[in-house]
Write a protein that binds this ligand. Structure first.
Ligand code: ADP
Length: 535
């Protein structure tokens, strides 16, 4: 037997099977004593969080009828649990334990939370209703139905009198505030929360309240037990006496909009971030535009410089070439064999230098967008055989078979004939350069689609050294040469510009160049150009 209740309540002796229940109940009663003010003969029960009855007040039997046993789960607690742990009100007709008249009893059942917001118990209390005949009056039933509807359509409903004091408050308030709604009856609306603006700062009550006019969706902030914030949209309508029309008070409802506010805040935050990102992007764009302008200017300056330089270089180079050629041809008299061989060297080196200067100028022009393109319908077979002829001497010197370069006439592309020749000569020259003695070079033609457009695929293949996979994407870049390229150069170093220029030219003609190569087996360079006819 433990004595558990302190004055002003009557001390009661309760039998508890489990000492742990004693601790829990002490806590529960402490929580309760701070919150509710039951009279001595109040009828109430206290159950633990699992629903097990821990305490029955002495006044229980006289109001609520036969009390449940300690340790059992009472029917009302079952209802509470099956109501998803939400407060509820119940009206019933009760016969007192000793028999006698039936009474209409209203009971309130609600959860008790501790300061951390955890459910520590369930409390129900019972009051005898005024109804005389033992049955809830029809008006009461209507009112109860109305309350049910209100409960379903809102999260909170309330009523206040002309002085602004609460005369009714739904049990949903209990769930939020952790104190029985009944506790707030008679207190001002401010006892359960405060009007705020959308950003949570204190705001004056809606004007409608002072003017006795309806108000809608005023934002009302209620603070939960553990400090959680509940935002409600409060709406209210005034009511007046039917006979004199005197203002009586307000009734209203609150709809929990906390989640909606959170979602709105998150959306607003995301929008702000997006705006910031947009601004940053715009700033970056302006910077890029500036940089592009600068780059274009620099590129123009470079092209101009290269054009001027190559012109300046070509003038003296022409003199070197002309005079050394005259010397090799012994136009003006005999020359010792030694000098003739020197003159020969001067002529060959000079020609190489000239071709390097020309390539550089070309590359600068291609990059500077200064290439003028005159597209025509060109027969591929003709262009290919011309180019094969140009490299024939060099191929012969290495005993390379050009037999498979012949293709059937009738394949036509739309291209600038000069530029097409330049690309093909470059591909052929490379094929000869990077193929060992006794190898073979060939050409194949096919068709394909590029961005929905029919294209001719002109493949120049060789059985040469091939290109390692890790270098394949880079060799089209400017000034990039393969690692073993110098070993195959008869004329000194190339510049690594040929493929770069060729690819750019092909692109300028709505085409491109693809590479497929297996080191040690050979390479296939496929030139794509708009198709203009097939055999
Ligand atoms: P260059 O011939 O002056 O070096 P290119 O741009 O024409 O410049 O070629 C770049 C590099 O691509 C070459 O140095 C070489 O390594 C590689 N290459 C080009 N064509 C072939 C080929 N048919 N076989 C093997 N390697 C090739």
């Amino acid at each position: 037997m433990t004595r558990l209740f302190t004055p002003p309540h009557r001390a009661l002796d309760v039998a508890l099977e489990d000492p742990a229940d004693g601790n829990l109940m002490t806590r529960l009663l402490e929580e309760l004593a701070g919150r509710i003010n039951f009279s001595e003969d109040a009828a109430f029960y206290v159950a633990g969080p699992t629903g097990k009855i821990l305490f029955i007040s002495a006044g229980f039997a006289s109001v609520a009828g036969q009390p449940p046993e300690a340790g059992q789960i009472a029917n009302d607690v079952f209802r509470f649990i099956s109501n998803n742990g939400e407060s509820y009100i119940r009206d019933e007709v009760v016969k007192s334990v000793s028999g006698g008249r039936a009474r209409h009893v209203r009971s309130y059942h609600y959860p008790i939370f501790d300061n951390s917001g955890a459910l520590i118990g369930i409390v129900g209390h019972y009051v005898e209703a005024a109804s005389q005949n033992g049955m809830p009056a029809a008006a009461d039933q209507n009112a109860a139905r109305l309350l049910d509807q209100l409960r379903a359509s809102s999260d909170l409903f309330w009523e206040m009198d002309a002085q602004g004091n609460l005369t009714a408050l739904s049990n949903r308030a209990t769930d939020i505030l952790g104190k029985p709604a009944a506790h707030f009856i008679g207190q001002n609306l401010a006892a359960i929360g405060s009007f705020v603006d959308r950003s949570g700062r204190d705001a004056p009550p809606p004007e409608g309240i002072a003017r006795h006019q309806p108000f809608r969706n005023a934002i009302f902030l209620m603070q939960g037990m553990a400090g959680q914030k509940y935002y409600l949209h409060m709406s209210g309508v005034p009511y007046f006496t039917a006979d004199t029309g005197r203002f009586q008070g307000f009734s209203g409802v609150g709809v929990n909009v906390t989640e909606r506010f959170q979602a709105e805040d998150q959306a607003a935050q995301a929008f702000r971030e997006l705006e910031q990102a947009k601004e940053a992007l715009m700033r970056r764009n302006v910077q890029l535009e500036l940089e592009r302008g600068r780059t274009e200017k620099a590129l123009r300056a470079k092209t101009e410089f290269l054009a001027t330089m190559s012109h300046e270089l070509r003038t003296p180079l022409n003199a070197i070439l002309g005079f050394s050629e005259a010397m090799t041809l012994k136009l003006f008299g005999s020359l010792s064999e030694q000098y003739t061989s020197y003159a020969d060297d001067i002529l060959r080196s000079g020609r190489h230098l000239l071709s390097l200067i020309n390539t550089m100028l070309e590359s600068a022009q291609v990059d500077g967008g200064e290439v003028v393109i005159n597209t025509k319908v060109v027969d591929i077979a003709e262009a290919v055989s011309q180019c094969a002829m140009i490299v024939q001497m060099r191929a012969q010197a290495k005993n390379i078979d050009l037999g498979k370069t012949a293709i059937s006439p009738g394949w036509k592309v739309r291209a600038d004939p000069m530029l097409l020749t330049q690309i093909l000569v470059n591909l052929f020259s490379n094929a000869v350069k990077f193929t060992e003695n006794g190898g073979a070079i060939g050409v194949e033609v096919g068709t394909g689609l590029k961005a929905g457009m029919p294209i001719a695929l002109i493949t120049v293949w060789d059985t040469g050294i091939g290109i390692p996979a890790d270098q394949q994407s880079r060799i089209f870049d400017k000034f990039v040469r393969g690692d073993n390229a110098p070993a195959y150069d008869d004329m000194g170093e190339g510049l690594g510009l040929g493929l770069h220029v060729s690819k750019r030219l092909a692109e300028l003609m709505q085409g491109g160049i693809q590479l497929h190569s297996v080191p040690g087996k050979g390479s296939r360079f496929t030139l794509e150009l708009p198709l203009a006819g097939t055999p």
